[in-house]
Structures are given as structure tokens and as C-alpha cells.
Design a binder for this molecule. Structure first.
Ligand code: ADP
Length: 260
């Protein structure tokens, strides 16, 4: 009511959805979408009803990662979009509406209109958890989602490299500023273990994310090592938690899923 009185945007629940968690990162390319998809599938394997919403309008990757193609159907009665489903998870993405090679060339207003539709006009029916894959950074989309959606919290993904951590910190600070709880931070691609000799190489640095978690007083949720399988399997739309459920990498995602 206070927000309404001051003319500030009010937070809304997403119809039928119990919890909404957003996966965010400061920089692109740190593994945010890969984490979001694997976490969503891991949570659904605990007998929860899960959806994933790709809020990256300019660079949607959920369609590829979930191996989903084709335009979503529309509910004729209310115009709501009907999610596509794979691996037991419902999904909605701009990637379903445009070809993989077609860029979205829109100004801010159009983007915000599309975002509103993705947030409030998708027929999720009943979900225990909706995972939102945010675009990277601290822009309009992240701010709009933080202010309009009742979020249970944010999961931040970063590599341990300084240049990624600086932006991850900025992201964390932005969400704190708008009073969205941070569930914790995931360290991705910290170590490469040679499959032949088991030698460990810390390609992007070591433990940088632990340090940021301590500095910001947020939880360290887990560590996902570099793995060529994650990369190859993502490209063919077969997430590692499905393709290799017994791998240590799948276990990392499942452990993190238990914490969120
Ligand atoms: P973002 O959403 O942050 O832009 P992506 O999830 O698209 O990042 O990941 C970027 C690239 O890194 C993709 O090619 C993905 O397959 C790869 N990737 C992500 N995490 C790992 C990992 N732990 N090991 C190897 N490759 C990874």
C-alpha cells in the first residue's frame, strides 16, 4: 500500500506460481543460463512442479538448452501463452517466437511490453517453482522484475575471475537495494580437472567467489567445475543433469537445487 501511495510499482504474484527464483549474473558467458536450466530440472526431479522463464529477450538460450522449438500455442479465451515442456519442466522464451538467427531489433518500450507478457500472460497453471533466467547485468529488465514480481530470492552465478566478480558484486548490490533477498552465489568454471591425469587447473582463478560471498555476507551455494560435457551437451539441448545424472557435475547442480 505504501508503494502504491507513493506511485511506485507494486509487486505481483505470478498466477499459480508458489515461488519465483531468479538466476542472475554480472557478466554474460559465466554460465548463468546453463545453471538456471540444470537447477530447474534438478528441482523438478524432487517431484516439484517447475517452470523456467527466459527473461533474456535479446539473447534467449533456454529454447536451445531445453531442446525446444516451435511457437507456443495461445489460449483463445484470455490470450495467454501456453508454455512448451521438456525434461519435466515447462518453459517460455522469446526464443520460441523468433528464429535462432533472427536478432530482436527493438527499442526499450517494445522490450518492456514483451517482458510484461512473459511475466504476466503465461499459463503456467500450478507451479511450485518458477526459475527466471535473467539477462546479464543490472539493466531495465532486472529492475522491472525485481520491482514487479514477488521474488523468493536471487541466485547469482559467477566465475572466480576478478572481471566477472566485480560485476557480480554490482548485481548483488542492486538486488539488495531493491530489497530482493539473495539466496547465494554459485561459483562456475573454477577448476578444470584433466580427465587423463587428474591435474587441477584453476583457469579463471581460485576461490574468488568464496571471498565475495564472505565480503557481501551471502551464502556460497556451490562450485561447478569446468567440464567439456556441460558445454557439448548444452549445445545439443541435453542438460547434464538429464544426460549424465550420476556425474559429479550433475551432483553439483542437485546439491545446489537442494539449497534453493
Ligand atoms: P550465460 O548465461 O552466463 O551467458 P551460458 O550458460 O550460456 O552463460 O554459458 C556460457 C558457455 O559456457 C556455454 O557454452 C556453456 O555451455 C558453457 N558452460 C557453462 N558452464 C560450464 C561449465 N561448468 N563447464 C564447461 N562449460 C560451461
Amino acid at each position: 500500500e505504501e508503494r502504491m501511495r507513493r506511485g511506485l510499482p507494486t509487486k505481483r504474484l505470478i498466477r499459480g506460481v508458489k515461488h519465483v527464483i531468479a538466476v542472475a549474473s554480472g557478466k554474460g558467458g559465466v554460465g548463468k543460463s546453463t545453471t538456471a536450466v540444470n537447477l530447474a530440472i534438478a528441482v523438478s526431479s524432487f517431484r516439484k512442479r517447475v517452470g523456467i522463464l527466459d527473461a533474456d529477450i535479446f539473447g534467449p538460450s533456454v529454447s536451445r538448452l531445453m531442446n525446444l522449438k516451435g511457437e507456443p500455442n495461445i489460449n483463445e479465451q484470455n490470450g495467454n501463452l501456453i508454455p512448451l515442456v521438456n525434461y519435466g519442466v515447462k518453459a517460455m522464451s522469446m526464443g520460441f517466437m523468433v528464429g535462432e538467427d533472427s536478432p530482436i531489433v527493438w527499442r526499450g518500450l517494445m522490450v518492456m511490453k514483451a517482458l510484461q507478457q512473459l511475466l504476466h500472460q503465461v499459463q503456467w497453471d500450478e507451479l511450485d517453482l518458477l526459475v527466471i533466467d535473467m539477462p546479464p547485468g543490472t539493466g531495465d529488465t532486472q529492475l522491472t522484475i525485481s520491482q514487479q514480481v514477488e521474488l523468493s530470492g536471487i541466485v547469482i552465478v559467477s566465475t572466480p575471475q576478478d572481471i566477472a566478480l566485480i560485476d557480480a558484486k554490482k548485481g548483488a548490490n542492486m538486488f539488495s537495494k531493491v530489497n530482493v533477498p539473495i539466496l547465494g552465489i554459485v561459483q562456475n568454471m573454477s577448476v578444470f580437472v584433466c580427465p587423463n591425469c587428474q591435474y587441477q587447473t584453476h583457469i579463471f582463478g581460485k576461490n574468488g567467489v568464496n571471498k565475495v560471498a564472505k565480503d557481501l555476507n551471502i551464502d556460497f551455494l556451490g562450485d561447478v567445475p569446468l567440464d567439456a560435457n556441460i558445454c557439448d551437451l548444452s549445445d545439443i539441448g541435453n542438460p547434464i543433469v538429464i544426460a549424465k545424472p550420476d556425474s559429479i557435475h550433475a551432483k553439483c547442480y542437485k546439491d545446489i537445487a537442494l539449497k534453493i
